[in-house]
Write a protein that binds this ligand. Structure first.
Ligand code: UTP
Length: 234
């Protein structure tokens, strides 16, 4: 049977603070395209979900100033994540499906091709992690690789608590305990939101949270190397 993997690329990974090109990290996007192309050549079926990152946060901040609803702000985030997806689609060229599916039936159509599918958000009330989870479930993927800007899941926020330790492996209940305390406003969903957690848990989707600042980590995770944090049924 073909192996299928879903890769979620955190939006924070495709922006540089004070960089050129409107803060878009062109080199990084190019590197992701190379890594994804290598995985495709190795015979993997790939769906990629791109987050909203700095652009989404900037726009949502302005919407909050205008007293927009959370749903309005989420819809903005969804649009921006799709625009980010279009950047990666452009970098991938012909091996990518040309437009980001906006709903599951569009994904189903895209899956009838042999292309790498790249998408952003789907609906308000969740993050792109939930999109990645539902795509992994729908496609019966073998693994969900969540590329973030941190090395994995920590006992606490390592930026606030220097004694926080990285956790190598968790089951779904332990993961839920860690993320349940965090908020879930538009543009501020935690490392993994509860919608995403529910989906990976109910379908026992092997989930790896890795540092995507080094794009080769995606290759390592896909090949089964023990990097980052693995969430699985024990
Ligand atoms: P994310 O918060 O998933 O982006 O989506 P991200 O890139 O993973 O976040 P960082 O930057 O790496 O931390 C951006 C916003 O789009 C909306 C939410 O408001 C979310 O915060 N969104 C995204 C939805 O409402 N529904 C979706 O299906 C996806």
């Amino acid at each position: 049977m073909d192996k299928s993997v879903v890769v979620k690329i955190g939006g924070s990974l495709i922006f540089t603070e004070n960089g050129e090109n409107g803060d878009i990290n062109v080199d990084r996007i190019h590197q992701y395209a190379k890594v994804l192309s290598t995985l495709k050549d190795d015979g993997l079926n790939l769906c990629v979900v791109v987050g909203g990152g700095k652009a989404a946060r900037d726009y949502i901040k302005v919407l909050h100033k205008f007293n927009a609803t959370e749903a309005q702000s989420d819809l903005m985030g969804i649009r921006i994540s799709r625009i980010n997806a279009l950047l990666l689609i452009a970098a991938l060229g012909k091996i990518a499906y040309p437009c980001p599916p906006r709903e599951i039936p569009e994904l189903a159509k895209a899956l009838t091709t042999d292309k790498i599918i790249v998408m952003g958000g789907l609906q308000p009330g969740q993050s792109t992690n939930a999109v990645a989870a539902v795509v992994a479930e729908y496609t019966r993927s073998d693994m969900l690789i969540n590329a973030t800007s941190v090395d994995g899941v920590y006992t606490d926020d390592p930026k606030k608590d220097p004694t926080a330790k990285k956790i190598d492996e968790l089951d779904y209940d332990e993961f839920q305990e860690l993320i349940i305390k965090k908020g879930s406003r538009a543009g501020e969903y935690p490392l993994f939101d509860l919608v995403a957690l529910k989906i990976v848990s109910r379908s026992s989707i092997l989930t790896k949270i890795i540092n995507g600042s080094d794009p080769d980590n995606i290759l390592r995770a896909a090949k089964g190397e023990e990097i980052g944090t693995t969430v699985r049924r024990r």
